[in-house]
Design a protein around this ligand. Structure first.
Ligand code: AMP
Ligand code: MG
Length: 319
């Protein structure tokens, strides 16, 4: 009997745990036949805890340095958590690379639109115009981990990048526990390492208009991230018009170019930021930006037409 129990944990079965985090269902799946299931569960729990910690550090709804900054007096230096400061540097870089299609300071515009259930509203055009003028004139300055804003219109919002960052930290936590084969999946945003025993990981991409159907799938191995931004994730309809949560600060309205954009990159932080940026830019806006060389994309435009980078074409299989 004892022998049986000792060897029972060595099998080609995935070990998986789920938790509701960052507003979505997160799963951590590990494929390690040489490790005991208790060691694997320990590693998974640590990675989930790490994502919870990251959520606490970046959420605008919790007492943290992001909230303190957003409530601070204008023109006053404010110290951000070093982790927040570092991610803000990366976020500002993507903002500049994408002509503000990705914009990590649009918290106030998000509040004006309010995508909370039961509180839907379309802001007045005059309010949107005033907002855009104020944002254009506003400045953000950095001195180490200290930051200051010239106008309260600047409200930090890490909603389009922090989930990717949390996924990266979760993978790092698994690796620190000796795990080399795993997938972290936060509501379809994924980073994978290694393989699923002798096989590749099979990853589906959600169809932007057919719930519970996939647009296609890929067989992936190694260290890769795959993140999707879609207009179907959080939206409301008024007179059949779709108002969704990915906003374009250059118009003040939800972005209109795409139904969904999937990005593959080595880390989930960049994949997350760029999936949002390319969603806003759309196929037409691609030419105006320099896309990092190691990044691949699949854009589904408003008509449902797909455009893929060369690398994506090699990986993508239609349904
Ligand atoms: P994602 O699902 O990664 O595309 O991120 C969407 C979330 O990021 C929204 O819920 C907002 O919190 C925030 N957001 C919306 N539009 C933008 C944008 N253009 N740039 C940066 N963050 C945005
Ligand atoms: Mg994103």
């Amino acid at each position: 009997m004892l022998m049986f129990f000792l060897s029972a944990c060595h099998s080609d079965e995935l070990i998986e745990e789920r938790s509701f985090l960052m507003g979505t269902m997160v799963s951590v799946s590990v494929a390690e036949s040489e490790k005991s299931s208790s060691d694997v569960h320990l590693a998974i729990k640590a990675s989930i805890q790490e994502m919870q910690r990251v959520e606490g550090v970046f959420s605008t709804q919790l007492e943290n340095s992001v909230q303190a900054f957003n409530q601070s007096d204008v023109n006053q230096w404010q110290t951000l958590d070093p982790e927040v400061s570092d991610l803000l540097v990366q976020a500002v870089r993507v903002m500049n690379q994408t002509h503000q299609a990705f914009h990590p300071m649009l918290g106030q515009l998000k509040e004006m639109w309010n995508f909370q259930p039961d509180a839907h509203k379309v802001p007045l055009d005059t309010d949107i115009l005033q907002y855009m003028q104020s944002l254009q004139d506003a400045h953000l300055e950095q001195k180490g981990t200290q930051w200051r804003r010239s106008d309260a219109v600047i409200q930090l919002d890490f909603g389009a990048i922090a989930k990717g960052y949390a996924i990266d930290r979760a993978i790092e936590t698994l690796q620190n526990h000796g795990i080399a084969n795993a997938v972290v999946n936060a509501g379809g945003d994924i980073r994978l390492i290694g393989q699923r025993f002798e096989r590749a990981w099979r990853i589906g991409i959600k169809h932007p208009r057919k719930a519970d159907q996939v647009l296609g799938w890929m067989a992936l191995k190694g260290d890769l991230s795959l993140v999707t931004s879609g207009d179907y994730e959080r939206f409301f309809l008024i007179a059949e018009k779709r108002y969704h949560h990915i906003l374009d600060v250059r118009t003040g309205y939800p972005a209109t170019q795409s139904q969904s954009v999937t990005v593959i990159a080595t880390n989930a932080t960049l994949a997350d930021a760029w999936s949002t940026a390319l969603f806003v830019l759309g196929f037409k806006g691609l030419k105006s930006v320099h896309i990092p060389a190691d990044l691949d994309y699949l854009i589904v435009d408003q008509q449902g037409k797909k455009t893929m980078s060369l690398g994506m074409q090699k990986l993508f299989h239609s349904q």
